[in-house]
Design a protein around this ligand. Structure first.
Ligand SMILES: Cc1ncc(COP(=O)(O)O)c(C=O)c1O
Length: 377
Protein backbone atom coordinates (compact mmCIF):
# COMPACT_ATOMS: atom_id res chain seq x y z
CA UNK A 1 0.00 0.00 0.00
CA UNK A 2 1.55 3.38 -0.96
CA UNK A 3 1.75 6.16 1.58
CA UNK A 4 -0.73 9.02 1.14
CA UNK A 5 1.56 11.52 -0.50
CA UNK A 6 1.12 14.73 1.51
CA UNK A 7 4.72 15.50 2.48
CA UNK A 8 7.45 16.69 0.09
CA UNK A 9 10.47 14.69 1.35
CA UNK A 10 14.20 15.36 1.48
CA UNK A 11 16.24 12.40 0.32
CA UNK A 12 17.76 11.63 3.74
CA UNK A 13 16.96 8.64 5.95
CA UNK A 14 17.93 9.15 9.58
CA UNK A 15 18.14 5.83 11.42
CA UNK A 16 19.66 6.90 14.72
CA UNK A 17 20.34 10.02 16.75
CA UNK A 18 22.51 11.26 19.60
CA UNK A 19 22.05 14.67 21.20
CA UNK A 20 22.19 17.29 18.39
CA UNK A 21 23.07 14.85 15.60
CA UNK A 22 21.10 12.32 13.57
CA UNK A 23 22.80 9.62 11.49
CA UNK A 24 21.69 8.08 8.21
CA UNK A 25 22.01 4.45 7.10
CA UNK A 26 25.65 5.10 6.05
CA UNK A 27 26.46 6.61 9.48
CA UNK A 28 26.76 10.12 8.00
CA UNK A 29 26.18 12.66 10.80
CA UNK A 30 23.70 15.51 10.27
CA UNK A 31 23.68 18.47 12.66
CA UNK A 32 20.04 18.89 13.68
CA UNK A 33 19.18 22.61 13.79
CA UNK A 34 15.53 21.79 13.19
CA UNK A 35 14.76 19.41 16.08
CA UNK A 36 12.21 17.55 13.94
CA UNK A 37 10.14 20.77 13.92
CA UNK A 38 11.02 22.12 17.40
CA UNK A 39 10.18 18.80 19.03
CA UNK A 40 13.59 17.62 20.23
CA UNK A 41 14.12 19.59 23.42
CA UNK A 42 16.66 17.55 25.44
CA UNK A 43 18.52 16.00 22.49
CA UNK A 44 18.08 12.70 20.67
CA UNK A 45 18.27 9.51 22.79
CA UNK A 46 19.11 11.34 26.03
CA UNK A 47 20.16 8.66 28.59
CA UNK A 48 17.68 9.89 31.23
CA UNK A 49 14.87 9.80 28.67
CA UNK A 50 15.76 6.28 27.50
CA UNK A 51 15.92 5.04 31.07
CA UNK A 52 12.56 6.62 32.02
CA UNK A 53 10.69 5.26 29.00
CA UNK A 54 12.25 1.80 29.14
CA UNK A 55 11.64 1.38 32.83
CA UNK A 56 8.02 2.65 32.58
CA UNK A 57 7.06 0.46 29.62
CA UNK A 58 8.42 -2.58 31.41
CA UNK A 59 6.01 -1.82 34.29
CA UNK A 60 2.85 -0.30 32.71
CA UNK A 61 2.72 1.57 29.40
CA UNK A 62 -0.96 2.50 29.32
CA UNK A 63 -4.17 2.50 31.21
CA UNK A 64 -7.22 4.68 30.61
CA UNK A 65 -8.18 7.88 32.40
CA UNK A 66 -10.63 6.00 34.61
CA UNK A 67 -8.03 5.12 37.28
CA UNK A 68 -5.59 6.95 39.56
CA UNK A 69 -2.40 7.88 37.72
CA UNK A 70 0.12 9.51 40.08
CA UNK A 71 2.47 10.18 37.14
CA UNK A 72 0.00 12.78 35.82
CA UNK A 73 0.00 14.53 39.20
CA UNK A 74 3.81 14.45 39.31
CA UNK A 75 3.98 15.88 35.78
CA UNK A 76 1.50 18.65 36.63
CA UNK A 77 3.47 19.61 39.76
CA UNK A 78 6.75 19.66 37.85
CA UNK A 79 5.30 21.87 35.09
CA UNK A 80 4.03 24.25 37.80
CA UNK A 81 7.44 24.41 39.50
CA UNK A 82 9.49 24.95 36.35
CA UNK A 83 7.06 27.33 34.61
CA UNK A 84 6.12 29.36 37.70
CA UNK A 85 2.48 29.21 36.50
CA UNK A 86 0.90 28.76 39.92
CA UNK A 87 -2.77 27.97 40.37
CA UNK A 88 -3.31 26.59 36.86
CA UNK A 89 -4.68 23.06 36.32
CA UNK A 90 -3.45 20.59 33.69
CA UNK A 91 -5.39 18.62 31.08
CA UNK A 92 -3.30 16.16 29.06
CA UNK A 93 -3.79 15.14 25.42
CA UNK A 94 -1.62 13.96 22.53
CA UNK A 95 -0.62 16.77 20.15
CA UNK A 96 -0.48 20.51 19.58
CA UNK A 97 -3.65 20.65 17.48
CA UNK A 98 -5.54 18.68 20.10
CA UNK A 99 -4.27 21.04 22.81
CA UNK A 100 -5.58 24.06 20.89
CA UNK A 101 -8.83 22.27 20.01
CA UNK A 102 -9.45 21.68 23.71
CA UNK A 103 -8.39 25.23 24.58
CA UNK A 104 -10.89 26.71 22.10
CA UNK A 105 -13.62 24.36 23.23
CA UNK A 106 -13.03 25.29 26.86
CA UNK A 107 -13.11 29.02 26.03
CA UNK A 108 -16.44 28.49 24.31
CA UNK A 109 -17.86 26.44 27.21
CA UNK A 110 -16.74 29.07 29.71
CA UNK A 111 -18.02 32.17 27.87
CA UNK A 112 -20.97 30.55 26.02
CA UNK A 113 -19.78 32.40 22.91
CA UNK A 114 -18.20 31.07 19.72
CA UNK A 115 -16.29 33.62 17.61
CA UNK A 116 -12.49 33.54 17.82
CA UNK A 117 -9.92 36.23 17.07
CA UNK A 118 -6.65 34.94 15.62
CA UNK A 119 -3.71 36.60 13.88
CA UNK A 120 -2.34 36.90 10.36
CA UNK A 121 0.23 34.19 9.60
CA UNK A 122 -0.71 32.27 12.74
CA UNK A 123 -0.61 28.47 12.80
CA UNK A 124 -2.49 26.44 15.39
CA UNK A 125 -2.84 22.91 13.96
CA UNK A 126 -5.04 20.90 11.64
CA UNK A 127 -8.04 19.70 13.65
CA UNK A 128 -11.44 21.31 13.24
CA UNK A 129 -11.31 24.53 15.30
CA UNK A 130 -7.49 24.69 15.40
CA UNK A 131 -7.23 24.78 11.62
CA UNK A 132 -10.12 27.23 11.33
CA UNK A 133 -8.12 29.76 13.41
CA UNK A 134 -5.00 29.12 11.30
CA UNK A 135 -4.29 31.74 8.64
CA UNK A 136 -3.83 29.41 5.66
CA UNK A 137 -6.81 28.94 3.32
CA UNK A 138 -5.12 25.96 1.60
CA UNK A 139 -5.48 23.72 4.65
CA UNK A 140 -9.02 24.75 5.66
CA UNK A 141 -11.61 22.31 4.25
CA UNK A 142 -15.25 23.42 3.83
CA UNK A 143 -16.16 21.49 7.00
CA UNK A 144 -13.68 23.62 9.00
CA UNK A 145 -14.67 26.90 7.35
CA UNK A 146 -17.97 26.92 9.26
CA UNK A 147 -16.28 28.26 12.40
CA UNK A 148 -16.60 31.97 13.14
CA UNK A 149 -13.10 33.39 13.02
CA UNK A 150 -11.72 36.89 12.54
CA UNK A 151 -8.08 37.16 11.49
CA UNK A 152 -6.36 40.42 12.44
CA UNK A 153 -2.84 41.77 11.71
CA UNK A 154 -0.41 41.55 14.63
CA UNK A 155 -0.15 44.94 16.41
CA UNK A 156 -3.52 46.19 15.04
CA UNK A 157 -4.92 46.86 18.50
CA UNK A 158 -7.79 49.04 17.20
CA UNK A 159 -9.25 46.11 15.24
CA UNK A 160 -8.85 43.76 18.21
CA UNK A 161 -10.72 46.30 20.37
CA UNK A 162 -13.51 46.82 17.83
CA UNK A 163 -14.04 43.07 17.38
CA UNK A 164 -13.88 42.22 21.09
CA UNK A 165 -16.35 44.97 21.97
CA UNK A 166 -18.98 43.34 19.71
CA UNK A 167 -19.37 40.91 22.65
CA UNK A 168 -19.51 37.58 20.77
CA UNK A 169 -15.82 36.57 20.99
CA UNK A 170 -14.98 33.57 23.19
CA UNK A 171 -11.20 33.61 22.71
CA UNK A 172 -8.19 35.37 21.31
CA UNK A 173 -5.54 32.80 20.35
CA UNK A 174 -1.98 33.97 19.89
CA UNK A 175 1.54 32.67 19.36
CA UNK A 176 3.77 35.06 21.30
CA UNK A 177 6.48 34.15 18.77
CA UNK A 178 5.02 32.90 15.49
CA UNK A 179 6.47 29.56 14.41
CA UNK A 180 5.36 28.33 11.00
CA UNK A 181 4.52 31.93 9.98
CA UNK A 182 8.13 33.07 10.27
CA UNK A 183 9.10 34.28 13.77
CA UNK A 184 7.11 37.53 13.88
CA UNK A 185 6.21 38.94 17.30
CA UNK A 186 3.75 41.57 18.46
CA UNK A 187 5.00 44.51 20.52
CA UNK A 188 4.89 44.54 24.34
CA UNK A 189 2.19 47.21 24.28
CA UNK A 190 0.11 45.21 21.82
CA UNK A 191 0.18 41.97 23.81
CA UNK A 192 -0.50 43.75 27.09
CA UNK A 193 -3.47 45.62 25.57
CA UNK A 194 -4.84 42.36 24.09
CA UNK A 195 -4.70 40.79 27.55
CA UNK A 196 -6.55 43.74 29.11
CA UNK A 197 -9.18 43.82 26.35
CA UNK A 198 -9.83 40.08 26.74
CA UNK A 199 -10.41 40.54 30.46
CA UNK A 200 -12.68 43.56 29.91
CA UNK A 201 -14.78 41.73 27.31
CA UNK A 202 -15.11 38.28 28.91
CA UNK A 203 -12.98 36.53 26.26
CA UNK A 204 -10.32 33.93 27.06
CA UNK A 205 -6.69 34.68 26.14
CA UNK A 206 -5.15 31.46 24.76
CA UNK A 207 -1.35 31.41 24.59
CA UNK A 208 -0.35 28.86 21.95
CA UNK A 209 2.99 27.73 23.40
CA UNK A 210 3.03 24.50 21.40
CA UNK A 211 6.25 25.54 19.66
CA UNK A 212 7.55 28.43 21.80
CA UNK A 213 7.07 26.77 25.20
CA UNK A 214 9.30 24.55 27.31
CA UNK A 215 12.26 26.94 27.42
CA UNK A 216 12.72 27.44 23.71
CA UNK A 217 12.25 31.23 23.90
CA UNK A 218 14.73 31.66 26.78
CA UNK A 219 11.97 31.64 29.41
CA UNK A 220 9.77 28.62 30.19
CA UNK A 221 6.95 30.23 28.17
CA UNK A 222 7.27 32.93 25.51
CA UNK A 223 4.34 34.89 27.00
CA UNK A 224 6.49 35.35 30.13
CA UNK A 225 8.51 37.95 28.22
CA UNK A 226 5.38 40.15 28.59
CA UNK A 227 3.17 41.26 31.44
CA UNK A 228 0.15 39.10 30.56
CA UNK A 229 -1.88 36.33 32.22
CA UNK A 230 -3.33 33.85 29.73
CA UNK A 231 -6.47 31.94 30.67
CA UNK A 232 -5.30 28.85 28.78
CA UNK A 233 -1.78 27.84 27.72
CA UNK A 234 -1.36 25.10 25.11
CA UNK A 235 1.76 22.93 25.09
CA UNK A 236 3.06 20.00 23.03
CA UNK A 237 6.18 19.73 20.87
CA UNK A 238 9.15 19.99 23.30
CA UNK A 239 7.10 18.39 26.05
CA UNK A 240 7.84 14.77 25.12
CA UNK A 241 11.10 15.11 23.12
CA UNK A 242 9.38 13.11 20.37
CA UNK A 243 6.92 11.11 22.45
CA UNK A 244 3.42 12.32 21.40
CA UNK A 245 2.06 14.34 24.31
CA UNK A 246 0.26 17.67 24.58
CA UNK A 247 -1.72 19.55 27.15
CA UNK A 248 -3.38 22.73 28.30
CA UNK A 249 -2.76 24.71 31.48
CA UNK A 250 -6.08 26.11 32.63
CA UNK A 251 -6.49 29.18 34.84
CA UNK A 252 -8.58 28.62 38.02
CA UNK A 253 -11.24 31.00 36.68
CA UNK A 254 -12.37 28.09 34.45
CA UNK A 255 -14.04 25.37 36.46
CA UNK A 256 -13.81 21.68 35.52
CA UNK A 257 -16.91 19.52 35.14
CA UNK A 258 -16.90 15.75 34.64
CA UNK A 259 -17.04 14.89 30.96
CA UNK A 260 -16.24 18.42 29.74
CA UNK A 261 -13.01 17.23 28.05
CA UNK A 262 -11.67 13.75 27.50
CA UNK A 263 -9.30 11.49 25.59
CA UNK A 264 -8.35 7.82 25.49
CA UNK A 265 -4.59 8.11 25.11
CA UNK A 266 -3.88 11.53 26.65
CA UNK A 267 -1.82 11.43 29.85
CA UNK A 268 -0.97 7.72 29.62
CA UNK A 269 1.79 6.31 31.81
CA UNK A 270 4.42 6.15 29.10
CA UNK A 271 3.74 9.71 27.91
CA UNK A 272 3.99 11.00 31.48
CA UNK A 273 7.30 9.18 32.00
CA UNK A 274 8.65 10.82 28.83
CA UNK A 275 7.30 14.21 29.93
CA UNK A 276 8.86 13.93 33.39
CA UNK A 277 12.25 12.91 31.95
CA UNK A 278 12.17 16.03 29.75
CA UNK A 279 11.40 18.38 32.66
CA UNK A 280 13.95 16.77 34.97
CA UNK A 281 16.60 17.17 32.28
CA UNK A 282 15.67 20.81 31.56
CA UNK A 283 16.04 21.50 35.28
CA UNK A 284 19.16 19.47 36.08
CA UNK A 285 21.10 20.54 32.99
CA UNK A 286 20.03 24.22 33.29
CA UNK A 287 18.90 24.09 29.69
CA UNK A 288 17.08 27.44 29.78
CA UNK A 289 20.37 29.15 30.74
CA UNK A 290 22.00 27.29 27.87
CA UNK A 291 19.29 28.56 25.49
CA UNK A 292 20.08 32.16 26.43
CA UNK A 293 23.86 31.68 26.20
CA UNK A 294 23.81 29.93 22.84
CA UNK A 295 21.19 32.31 21.45
CA UNK A 296 23.36 35.32 22.24
CA UNK A 297 26.28 33.72 20.38
CA UNK A 298 24.05 32.78 17.43
CA UNK A 299 22.76 36.34 17.10
CA UNK A 300 26.28 37.81 17.31
CA UNK A 301 27.44 35.43 14.57
CA UNK A 302 24.38 36.15 12.41
CA UNK A 303 25.16 39.88 12.53
CA UNK A 304 28.47 39.18 10.75
CA UNK A 305 26.75 37.63 7.69
CA UNK A 306 26.12 40.42 5.16
CA UNK A 307 23.39 38.50 3.30
CA UNK A 308 21.23 38.29 6.46
CA UNK A 309 18.76 41.17 6.27
CA UNK A 310 16.92 40.47 9.55
CA UNK A 311 17.39 38.26 12.61
CA UNK A 312 14.03 37.19 14.05
CA UNK A 313 12.71 35.37 17.12
CA UNK A 314 14.16 34.74 20.57
CA UNK A 315 16.13 32.09 22.40
CA UNK A 316 16.52 29.01 20.21
CA UNK A 317 13.45 29.85 18.15
CA UNK A 318 15.26 31.95 15.59
CA UNK A 319 14.94 32.98 11.97
CA UNK A 320 17.44 34.39 9.53
CA UNK A 321 15.80 36.48 6.84
CA UNK A 322 17.46 36.89 3.43
CA UNK A 323 16.42 38.91 0.40
CA UNK A 324 15.92 35.66 -1.56
CA UNK A 325 13.91 32.47 -1.04
CA UNK A 326 15.85 29.96 1.08
CA UNK A 327 14.77 26.60 -0.37
CA UNK A 328 18.02 26.22 -2.42
CA UNK A 329 20.09 27.25 0.58
CA UNK A 330 18.36 24.65 2.78
CA UNK A 331 19.06 21.95 0.19
CA UNK A 332 22.74 22.91 0.05
CA UNK A 333 22.95 22.88 3.84
CA UNK A 334 21.46 19.38 3.98
CA UNK A 335 23.12 17.69 1.02
CA UNK A 336 26.53 19.41 0.98
CA UNK A 337 27.05 20.38 4.62
CA UNK A 338 24.83 17.84 6.42
CA UNK A 339 22.87 20.36 8.45
CA UNK A 340 19.08 20.34 8.94
CA UNK A 341 17.35 23.74 9.08
CA UNK A 342 13.69 24.75 8.74
CA UNK A 343 11.61 26.88 6.38
CA UNK A 344 8.57 29.08 7.11
CA UNK A 345 5.48 30.45 5.31
CA UNK A 346 7.69 33.49 4.74
CA UNK A 347 9.90 31.79 2.14
CA UNK A 348 12.83 34.12 2.79
CA UNK A 349 13.22 32.93 6.38
CA UNK A 350 15.54 30.09 7.43
CA UNK A 351 14.29 28.68 10.72
CA UNK A 352 16.61 27.48 13.48
CA UNK A 353 15.01 25.22 16.12
CA UNK A 354 17.77 23.04 17.57
CA UNK A 355 17.65 20.81 20.64
CA UNK A 356 18.08 23.01 23.73
CA UNK A 357 21.29 21.10 24.54
CA UNK A 358 23.13 22.60 21.57
CA UNK A 359 26.58 24.13 22.20
CA UNK A 360 28.48 27.07 20.81
CA UNK A 361 30.75 24.77 18.78
CA UNK A 362 27.72 23.53 16.83
CA UNK A 363 26.65 27.10 16.08
CA UNK A 364 30.16 27.78 14.76
CA UNK A 365 29.89 24.66 12.58
CA UNK A 366 26.63 26.04 11.16
CA UNK A 367 28.02 29.50 10.39
CA UNK A 368 31.11 28.02 8.68
CA UNK A 369 28.78 25.96 6.50
CA UNK A 370 26.40 28.87 5.89
CA UNK A 371 29.22 31.11 4.64
CA UNK A 372 30.32 28.39 2.20
CA UNK A 373 26.78 27.64 1.06
CA UNK A 374 26.00 31.32 0.48
CA UNK A 375 28.97 31.65 -1.91
CA UNK A 376 27.22 29.46 -4.47
CA UNK A 377 23.85 31.26 -4.27
C1 LIG B 1 2.26 27.13 17.28
C2 LIG B 1 1.74 25.77 16.89
N1 LIG B 1 0.54 25.38 17.33
C3 LIG B 1 0.03 24.18 17.02
C4 LIG B 1 0.73 23.29 16.21
C5 LIG B 1 0.14 21.95 15.88
O1 LIG B 1 0.80 20.94 16.56
P1 LIG B 1 0.66 19.41 16.09
O2 LIG B 1 1.33 19.30 14.78
O3 LIG B 1 1.32 18.63 17.20
O4 LIG B 1 -0.78 19.11 16.01
C6 LIG B 1 1.98 23.66 15.72
C7 LIG B 1 2.74 22.75 14.82
O5 LIG B 1 3.63 23.14 14.10
C8 LIG B 1 2.51 24.93 16.06
O6 LIG B 1 3.69 25.35 15.59
Amino acid sequence: MPLFDVYPLYNVTPVSGKDVFVYDENATAYLDLYGGHAVISIGHTHPRYLEAITSQVSKLGFYSNAIQNPLQVELANKIETLSGCHGYELFLCNSGAEANENALKLASFKTEKSRVIAFKNGFHGRTSAAVAVTDNKNIIAPINAQQQVTIIELNDIESVKTELEKGDVCAVIVEFIQGVGGLDQGTNVFFEQVDKLCKANHAMLIADEVQSGYGRSGKFFAFQHYNVTPDIISIAKGMGNGFPIGGILIHPNIEAKYGMLGTTFGGNHLACAAGLAVLNTIEEENLIDNVNKVSEHFIAMAKTIPQVTNIKGRGLMLGLEFDFEVSELRKKLIYEHHIFTGGASNKKVLRILPPLTIKIEHINQFFDALKKALKGI
